[in-house]
Design a protein around this ligand. Sequence first.
Ligand code: NAD
Length: 474
Amino acid sequence: MRTRDALYIDGRWTPSSGDRTVKIVNPATEAVFATVPEATAEDVDRAVRAARGAFPQWSTTTVDTRTELLTRLRDALAGRQEEIATTVSAEMGAPMTVARQVQAGLPLAVLGSYVGLLPSQPFEETIGNSLVIREPVGVVGAITPWNYPLHQIMCKVAPALAAGCTVVLKPSELAPLSAFLLADAAADAGLPAGVLNVVSGTGSAGEAITAHPDVDMISFTGSVRTGRRIGEVAAATVKRVTLELGGKSANVILSDVDGDQLRRVVESGLYYAFFNSGQTCTAWTRMVVPAALHEEVLSLAASACESYSTGDPRDEATRLGPLVSGPQRERVRRYIRTGIEEGARMVVGGKEPPDGLARGFYVRPTIFGDVTSSMTVAQEEIFGPVLCVLSYADEEEALSIANDTIYGLSGGVWSADTEHAVAFARRMRTGQVTVNGGKYNVQAPFGGVKQSGHGRELGLYGLAEYLDTKSLQL
Ligand code: NAD
């Protein structure tokens, strides 16, 4: 975990043309522990030229060569797994258990999945008298957020490189350090110069990538506000754009769930709402329950909440670390205040810092009951450990509540009858639904509908985003 004083451009560590740096703050201590260069538009231009220069050769490598290099990249990253976990935990506050398992483990699983699927991909097919060739899109600008920093990077870099694209990566200014570890691993793995370039910096570096005429595609994960801006700027050069944006996902408990199953379902719901301190785009922030079960659900949720020990991310017993930053903590506290003002019933939590945690960007895990769909806390993405419980009279109302936001990224549905749950899931307007707790699949397409964005990541669907088709009529 260290300060970085250079950008990774064309296979070399290159100082920025400017002299500004970005400070990296540990959210558990509020102390600056590292700095990275703040890339200028000139640095971005150099990185894009490097990626453009590397494209002709990289795009024509064989599948075997790319598979071999991605395997070496995976091995080089695997050797850094503990360093990745401690680094990501320090920069964005994930408890070490989450950092090991998800922040470090998941990117390796994603990269591994592309190593596995690439060799069997037919990049050509025959349709009638045509030969259809799938070609890499070109130079990809990858712009990523801070909440699962290396995972979100890998969801772009792995399929882009597998497809034969070259990449200019701009990680989040709040959590950029794992991108530097990725560049170290790329150098160790012998990835050819210019194939992967890393420019750290703020939104203005991201905007310079988006506007650059020599970038063919932007793959973005982040907020709706930035996604809109990226769409506008990219339109000037008619770039391909994929957007993975926010969410306000509904976790619907159908009326046949009861007894011990209800307790387990509520515990799972809380887990998916609070994981990573609620800083998850797919978090199930709205629990939608039958009116008859509302009080029982609230009491089960409140007692499950007691096990969410909040504190130092390095402590193995911690389940909730701090939020990423001071502004993020303020935003979450503001929403807690708004929920109370709008008449939601706060069952546990509150806007005061948790006991004994005045330093660090901590908030209390908070549960609201009696939430209605028109309330701000039921509509806007809070991005903290705040669960809203809404009740419904019948299944049609449950569906209309579930679909009643501008988002459509994720969701859950539970029933004693799986067929019934699947039928309900089909009617939810969202990119993915977990049915009765089905487990996460790194090969299944991931992405949103409505204002959660467009495009898909992971597996074959993720690879397809980085390919264009060309038809030769023979
Ligand atoms: P953000 O939009 O503030 O920043 C994301 C990235 O965009 C950062 O690298 C930032 O520097 C860059 N950026 C900012 N302004 C830019 C501009 N004008 N042009 C180009 N790039 C610019 O988001 P954040 O706060 O880092 O992340 C939180 C958001 O991300 C939440 O809304 C969350 O739901 C969303 N998210 C979505 C997914 C998903 O897969 N759908 C996953 C994780 C997070």
